[in-house]
Every structure is written in C-alpha cells, then in structure tokens.
Write a protein that binds this ligand. Sequence first.
Ligand code: ADP
Ligand code: MG
Length: 350
Amino acid sequence: MALFDNKDRTNIEELGEFGLINYLTKNIKLTQKSTIKGVGDDAAVLDFEGKRTLISTDLLLEGIHFDLAYTPLKHLGYKAIQVNLSDIYAMNGTASQVTVSIGISSKFPLDAVEELYEGIYLACDNYNVDLVGGDTSSSKQGLVISVTSIGYADEKDVVYRNGAEEGDLLCVSGDLGGAYVGLQLLEREKLIYLENPNIQPDLEGKDYIVERQLKPEARRDIIDLLKEINVKPTSMIDISDGLASEILHICKESNKGCNLYEEKIPLDPMTFETAREFNLDPTVCALSGGEDYELLFTVKQADYDQIKFKMDITIIGYITEPAAGCNLITKSGNQHPLTAQGWNAFKKQE
Ligand code: ADP
Ligand code: MG
C-alpha cells in the first residue's frame, strides 16, 4: 500500500514549475473542433459556434476527498476527470475540454505526478475531451487537484434541475450505494494494514464495489441513449452526495414533491452483501452514501414505453404536487419523509 517508497526518483524541484508543466503537457493532441488554442498561452481559446457553453468545477483535497493510502494516483487522476464530466452530462451536454490545476509538495516524486496524469489523460482519451490548461503550484498541505470541465449543448437540449412536473417518472441509471460500501471496505483494510503492515489487503471478490469507489465512470452512455430514443429528461442531476440529497435538490428546485419506492432502488448484489457484512442497511447506503456518479432524472409519463425496458435505467418513483412532500415508501409499505443525511466531505471528517 505504501506508494512512495521508490528511492531513485527525480525531484520536481530539479525540474522547476515550467519544466514540470512542459513535461506533463508535451504530448497533448487536441481533438475537439471547438478547441482553437489549448495549453501554451495565457488562456485557452474555444469556439462553440452558437451553442450554450457549460462549465463546472471541482476541488479535491488530500485527506478530505481522497486518501493516498489506498488510492492509486492513476485512479485518482481518472476519477478527478470523471466526477467533473459527470456534471456536464447531468446538464445533458457534451463534455469537450477540461483544465487541471494541481498543488503538489516539491518532495512529491516526478513519477507520482506522471501516474496522476496517466489517469487524467486516460479519462480524457476515453471520453474524448481535450486538456486545454491548468495551473501548477507547490503545496504544503498535501495534494490538491482542481478540475474544470467545459462542454456544450444546443439551447433546447440543456436540462436543468428545476424542470420536473407532477406525474413525471423518477429514473436513475446503474446501481447505487456501491461506491460508499467500497469506501468502507478500503477504510477497513487500511486500518488492518496500519495495525500490521505484513497483512496484505483482502479485497478479493470485491472488485466491483472497489472500482465503484476508485474508478467511477461518468454516464455519457446514458445521455447518448436518451438522445437515441428521443427522450429529453424534464430535470436531471448527477448523484454525488447520495440519492436522497439529489432527489431533494430536484424537488426543491422544481417546487414539487415525490414518492420514492425503496424496493425499486437498484442495488448490485455485491453492494447488498457487503453492506450487510458491515452491518449497514443497503438502502441507507444508496440514499445517503455518495460518489455513485449515476444520473437521476425525470421523464414525462408519455416516455414510459421508451425507457421501461432499458437495462441500465430504473424507474424508482414519481413526482407529486409540492404539498405532498418528498416521501420514501418502504418495502413494508410505510411512508417516511425523505431526509438528506447526504454523505459529504464535511461529515466524513467528524
Ligand atoms: P500563467 O503564468 O499565465 O498562469 P502558467 O505558466 O501557469 O501560466 O501556464 C502555462 C500554460 O500551461 C498555460 O496554458 C496553462 O494553462 C498550462 N498549464 C499550467 N499548469 C498546467 C497543468 N497542471 N496541467 C495542464 N496545463 C497546465
Ligand atoms: Mg499559472
């Protein structure tokens, strides 16, 4: 698990800031038509030819958002890009560029930064986005990564959080809770390792949930699928803080209520079993866990036939009038007000 025990390594100090920037960006090949100028001037120049421009940014701090004890740097780079692209897809847009800013200790070995960028470039490649800029600084408080993603959409295609209407179907992509349960597993193995470094982490058979935590994939495929079947969601958000929190965002912004059915919430069997091993309620993991990066959206009832048999989309409830409130209907048929104890970076520190 120790990541930095490589002795013969190049120091970033020797390279200097500009040497490092050049080293990290020298192989960039721009692929987006909208990128006029990428890295190398005071600003990138983009041209979206009359489309709406979408911009989203995220800040990731070591010790708050990630733990290098069990996060391989390549995965971290990959994830930093994915969580950002997810926000562009949640607007029903096409992601086209990112900027990446890093704060690193000058003691950080060069091959570690390289690994981080391997993940960053892999994500950019897989999702067809150009890296067009960033900033580089030294940091005394651990590793800092900030990604800004840029995308575009036709004005008529942009989907906001506030468009849900009464009777709309509440839908979610993929399955939920896996990233949170995966995190519990990694935290447990870290503790065991710290107590006895001779014991190797036992993550066997848990690949899926570990990957859900360490290597999420933004759901561009869902955006493509919805376009293909001609369904435009009435509202949409990506699931970063847990299902409950995101549903409440949509209902609040749309000024509506909802009924969410516990039995409909999609859970992977491994998520379910492992949650049980940890004495966690799998439903709570889905509702209040975080970092699934699935898409939550509402569609008109008229679109039911188009989405009902789509493998990776589950209808989990429907939108109601605001006075009805936001409710969870449990498996036993009881109704509870939905609350967001949303997992978030602040809570995790307590
Ligand atoms: P400035 O002094 O204007 O901030 P820099 O010397 O920091 O410019 O950056 C030079 C160029 O390199 C710019 O195009 C900037 O966007 C890019 N850049 C700097 N750091 C990074 C990074 N970590 N990743 C990608 N591009 C970067
Ligand atoms: Mg700079």
